[in-house]
Design a protein around this ligand. Structure first.
Ligand code: ARG
Length: 635
């Protein structure tokens, strides 16, 4: 076998096999029933166990080193440290079940770069079992068992038992170089997953409001994150196209919303009209040709309206509304009936799930289906036909109960196991202070142009550049305002705040980014020269601010991992803001380019610092990409 790649692969596979065997052996030794006390002493087994774990660690380390030297993906430093401390803890305290593992980056550099806080929690755990151990002693024992690794320079123990970790400069520098040479690549993927994000989802004939805008922005960003990580993402627009509103209106209509509003009034006041409307919905849902024709006309009008918004924001999404599931709704009701889960209640068919106080209504007394029915059918379709591993619904928190009950019913009937499939409602708070969506987008454009003119950018930029900047700023700011607030909370919409170029706003970040990109341009350094430098020039991290910036850049993968777990995108905004301010600190105290005071001529270029600028810009660009912001070269 002289092909190095296949040789390497074979070795990796062999090592992975060995690790599996060893892990199984360790598991076996943990199980008391497998122990034969008559022939083997407990102490001997313990020693055997420790030896095996030691061997396992050596294998893990070499596997890790092989991986990182051969792969282009970015290393998640936090995760690596967790693995290392996890191993140390399991060797030091083999009997402790599920020891708490906590590694966090250190805010204050003087305490080291990362911190492991497990010792205190472990002391608590032991105390509850009647063992009194000083957390500092635990910390010491953990430190003594840290396996040989590629990234820790040294550790020290502080206070009641904090373990401070100091990273190797050479390690950080090498990761930065790798990143510059390979680009900002996602961390290695264990398994490619099928992900469905149900977002935006306005209702036909009704107005698309700021709540839908928020869902559109947050949902799009979630999709971008999953896509960047290498998953297979289906972006679904679950439009409301099958409900009561169709019974209320009839085409041809140009101003659909005004017409709907008026008809809705009549619907509320006039009992006869209301009855007729409901009957129309049932006739639509049974697909009577005339009704389908009218329905199509109405949908088209709305679709055009929605598309204007998606075009402004650059959103890609596939429309698959409630109507898509009509036949499946019939089947779902049947399935619940056959399993004996349906009850009759004053002519309605309802489903009670054990533990849930609210039932789902699957068929109304007039025979029509409901929002519950369509969501059950959609969930079933996504699980069984799309074979989704992850399904996320992005709507306002007002719908939390609805999804909660739908998910519970689906689990009860046996469609999925939450331990295997992740089905989640990502709710968000309301946007206060704005409700006219199209006006909002237009107002944003106007204000962003005012701002650019106020800064006299119209005098320096070409008309094309100015228009690009105007759009990037306007829509970037609107998106960022949504994303940078914790989605759980309500927030107050304010153009003044979001267009402010100080503080944590898109305007600030976009300016900061353009400025960083211009550093090389102003020093007349060509892209090719920078690429060459990345290969040959070591990134020195001697200055305190260089070190701080280098570490901050490399936190990107751990930020993404966190968002993957909790789906809170504001963490990425906070991180990008921190990166931008950390960069400013660096730039203020470290010369990248030295110029002659008199002539302004470049006399010296500190290339490794130019590389730090490049690395910062690369991560920022990737972050913008995930948030759906478009950076501009000049602004
Ligand atoms: N059309 C709904 C609304 O405007 C949102 C739909 C969300 N998705 C879902 N599968 N229910 O409130």
């Amino acid at each position: 076998m002289d092909d190095p790649v296949s040789e390497y692969t074979a070795r990796l596979l062999q090592q992975e096999k060995e690790i599996k065997l060893l892990s199984a052996e360790i598991e076996r030794l943990k199980d008391p029933q497998s122990l034969d006390f008559s022939s083997t002493g407990l102490d001997e087994l313990r020693e055997e166990n420790i030896r095996l774990k030691y061997r396992l660690n050596i294998l893990k380390k070499s596997l890790q080193e092989e991986r990182s030297s051969n792969s282009k993906s970015m290393t998640n430093i936090n995760q690596r440290l967790q693995e290392i401390f996890g191993d140390a803890i399991s060797v030091a305290y083999p009997d402790l079940e599920d020891p708490p593992l906590a590694v966090t980056p250190n805010q204050q550099a003087k305490f080291g770069d990362y911190q492991c806080n497990s010792a205190m929690a472990m002391a608590q755990m032991m105390k509850s079992k009647g063992q009194k151990v000083n957390p500092r002693e635990i910390a010491e024992k953990i430190v003594q068992n840290i396996p040989d690794n590629e990234l820790i320079e040294k550790t020290d123990i502080a206070g009641p038992g904090f373990i401070n970790v100091h990273l190797k400069k050479t390690f950080v520098s090498k990761l930065l170089t790798n990143m510059l040479m390979n680009g900002v690549q996602p961390p290695t993927l264990d398994k490619k997953k099928r992900v469905i994000v149900d977002f935006s989802s306005p209702n036909i004939a009704k107005e698309m409001h700021v709540g839908h805008l928020r869902s559109t922005i947050i949902g799009d960003s979630m999709c971008r994150l999953f896509e960047f990580l290498g998953h297979d993402v289906l972006r679904l627009n679950h439009v409301g196209d099958w409900g009561t509103q169709f019974g209320i209106i009839s085409p041809p209509i140009s101003d659909l919303q005004a017409f709907y509003k008026e008809s809705k009034k009549r619907f509320d006041d006039d009992e006869e009209f209301k009855k007729r409307a409901y009957q129309c919905v049932v006739r639509l849902q049974s697909k009577e040709p005339d009704f389908i024709k009218a329905w199509n006309l109405i949908c088209d009008v709305s679709r055009k309206e929605f598309q204007r918004v998606y075009d402004c924001l650059g959103i890609q999404i596939i429309e698959r509304g409630e109507s898509y599931y009509q036949d499946r709704m019939t089947a779902v009701v049947k399935e619940f009936e056959e399993k004996g889960l349906v009850e009759l209640d004053e002519g309605r068919k309802i489903v009670f799930t054990p533990g849930q106080s609210i039932p789902l209504t699957v068929v109304k007394s007039d025979g029509g289906y409901t929002y519950d029915t369509s969501d059950l059918a959609a969930l079933r379709q996504r699980l069984f036909e799309e074979k989704a591993d992850i399904i996320i619904y992005v709507t306002d928190s007002g719908q939390a109960m609805h999804f909660h009950v739908v998910f519970a019913a689906a689990q009860h009937i046996g469609w999925y196991d939450p331990k295997v499939t992740r089905v989640e409602h990502a709710g968000f708070g309301v946007v206060l202070g704005e409700d006219k969506l199209m006006d909002l987008l237009e107002e944003g454009l106007k204000r962003s142009m005012d701002k650019l003119k106020e800064k006299e950018r119209d005098k320096v930029l070409t008309p094309e550049e100015l228009a690009l900047a105007q759009h990037a700023v306007a829509f970037g700011c609107i998106k960022y305002a949504d994303l940078c607030h914790n989605r759980i909370n309500d927030y107050v919409f304010s153009f003044d705040k979001m267009l402010d170029d100080r503080g944590n706003t898109a305007a600030y970040l976009l300016y900061a980014f353009t400025r960083i990109r211009s550093i090389a341009r102003l020093a007349n350094i060509q892209e090719a020269a920078l690429r060459k430098a990345a290969e040959t020039c070591e990134i020195v991290l001697e200055h305190e601010k260089e070190w701080k910036l280098g570490k901050c850049i490399l936190r990107f993968p751990e930020i993404l991992q966190k968002i993957l777990d909790d789906l809170l995108l504001h963490t990425l905004c906070d991180y990008l803001y921190e990166l931008a301010t950390t960069f400013t600190e660096f730039y203020d105290s470290c010369y990248c380019v030295e110029k002659d005071r008199q002539t302004g001529e470049v006399v010296k270029v500190n290339m490794w610092r130019m590389l730090l600028c490049e690395a910062t810009a690369a991560v920022m660009a990737k972050g913008f990409d995930i948030l759906g912001l478009k950076p501009v070269q000049r602004m």
